[in-house]
Design a protein around this ligand. Structure first.
Ligand SMILES: Cc1cc2nc3c(=O)[nH]c(=O)nc-3n(C[C@H](O)[C@H](O)[C@H](O)COP(=O)(O)OP(=O)(O)OC[C@H]3O[C@@H](n4cnc5c(N)ncnc54)[C@H](O)[C@@H]3O)c2cc1C
Length: 413
């Protein structure tokens, strides 16, 4: 059996390892779209902060790991897939497969403004991006960052640890608005401002020019901000372009069934690029987080090897550390129609807990400054546990979440 895996992020690497275990004699080719050993993007913030060296970002630390498992690494990018002939165009050659996994992840969304191609305009998504930032970021380096989403927030600590002068532009007015309600978002903003980050809300650039080696970022309100680096962090899009004409059904990402198989038999997808069903809402969606990529890589590989395995559905949860402040969002944190909510807020201590109920179940939550309840929240929400008497107790005091978990989850309520 010939397995080809496109993409050597967490989804691709775990899939290759799972295939090797399930099918010891198979031919496994892992196509790596970037130079160097497979690495984890999640480790980039630690690299920026100087906590680890580049080798610390590698997904597997042993240099012989892939050779030992007889997983062939091919440094190239796929440019087309022919699902009739069962071949992939990769770096000028045609690679035949019996089963194909697409695990090509996502890439930074591109802002459509003049000057976005100038030197000094930068994303923070790949190891190359991190190297470019590290080469330039010194005490006093002026960084104007567009966007304060998950990645925009998670990299701030690394940037500030270099002593840079950081200004963040937030178009919507709310930081991490895709995972936080306005109260939580406002707390994050105050926290960041107290740490010296300048945050300009309801602001977006209209264009960037370069004058004498310095970027000039023109804002919609007429102001112009000088910058040594313009960091564009406005979201991500799945890497799908090379699938044009392949016949594989695409929506926002690659549409997959509960076995993570695409619309074309023998072609599977996993990770940021796959659009699977959400375990709470039943709707299909992208879920661009590493734990999801790892689990999907494993399940897709088992199915590819003929060992039926079901993906139980994506679960939306994000845990974010922004300059030391931990926040999280789970499930339907915006609430559900006809649902109820309860919250506990301590602005001074930066502690906030917002619970959203759907009948007697917990449907979602936002937290700021609560680190010890993450497992309990996840368990109750993902498990769709009936809360019984604990519903009213949590409505009265949301901080009782751990007691509710222990009682309700073990059916002693
Ligand atoms: C700075 C940063 C911090 C993050 N922090 C967290 C965090 O704390 N927690 C969390 O859960 N998630 C985090 N993420 C998100 C997480 O990294 C992704 O969800 C995860 O990497 C997805 O894994 P993947 O294998 O699907 O895709 P990726 O890791 O993106 O890997 C995709 C691979 O496919 C390759 N590729 C792309 N196109 C092609 C092609 N045409 N041919 C061949 N190969 C191709 C790419 O080069 C890459 O090797 C972070 C991301 C960034 C950038």
């Amino acid at each position: 059996m010939r397995y080809v895996i496109l993409g050597s992020g967490p989804a691709g690497v775990v899939a290759a390892e799972t295939l090797r275990k399930a099918d010891p004699s198979a031919e496994i080719t892992l196509v790596c779209g970037e130079a160097g050993p497979p690495y984890s993007r999640m480790a980039i913030p630690y690299l920026l902060r100087g906590d680890i060296e580049e080798a610390g970002t590698h997904l597997r630390k042993d240099a012989d790991h892939y050779a030992r498992l007889q997983i062939q690494l091919l440094q190239a990018r796929a440019t087309a897939v022919d699902t009739n002939a069962r071949t992939v165009d990769v770096g000028g050659q045609s690679l035949a497969y019996d089963r194909l996994l697409i695990a090509t992840g996502s890439r930074p969304s591109r802002e459509r403004i003049p000057g976005i191609d100038l030197p000094g305009v930068q994303a923070c998504w790949t190891l190359d991006d991190a190297r470019a930032i590290l080469a330039q970021a010194r005490p006093g380096t002026r960084i104007v960052q567009m966007g304060a989403g998950f990645v925009g927030c998670i990299i701030m600590e690394g940037l500030l640890s270099r002593g840079v002068d950081l200004t963040i532009l937030v178009r919507s007015g709310y930081m991490v608005r895709r995972m936080m309600n306005p109260t939580a978002s406002g707390m994050l903003r105050r926290w960041c401002e107290a740490k010296g980050v300048k945050i300009l809300t309801h602001t977006q650039p209209t264009g960037i020019t370069a004058e004498g080696g310095v970027l000039q970022v023109a804002l919609a309100d007429g102001r112009v901000l000088p910058a040594d680096i313009y960091l564009s962090a406005v979201g991500v899009d799945p890497n799908l372009d090379f699938l044009d004409g392949s016949g594989i059904a695409l929506a926002q990402g690659i549409v997959v069934d509960s076995n993570l198989q695409s619309s074309v038999p023998g072609v599977y997808a996993a990770g940021d690029v796959a659009e699977a069903t959400d375990c709470l809402t039943g709707k299909r969606q992208l879920n661009a987080i590493q734990p999801n990529a790892v689990e999907q890589g494993r399940i897709a590989a088992l199915n590819m090897a003929g060992r039926p395995a079901r993906f139980k559905g994506s679960f939306v949860f994000n845990v974010l550390t922004t300059l030391g402040l931990v926040s999280s969002s789970f499930g339907e944190w915006q609430g559900v129609p006809g649902g109820e909510s309860a919250e506990a807020l301590d602005e001074v201590r930066y502690r906030y807990l917002n619970l959203q109920f759907d009948g007697e179940r917990l449907a979602g939550a936002n937290t700021v400054g609560f680190t010890d309840h993450v497992g309990a929240l996840r368990g109750l929400i993902e498990g769709q546990v009936r809360l019984g008497v604990w519903k009213q107790r949590l409505m009265a005091d949301p901080t009782q979440i751990m007691h509710a978990y222990l009682a309700a989850a073990h059916s002693v309520a």
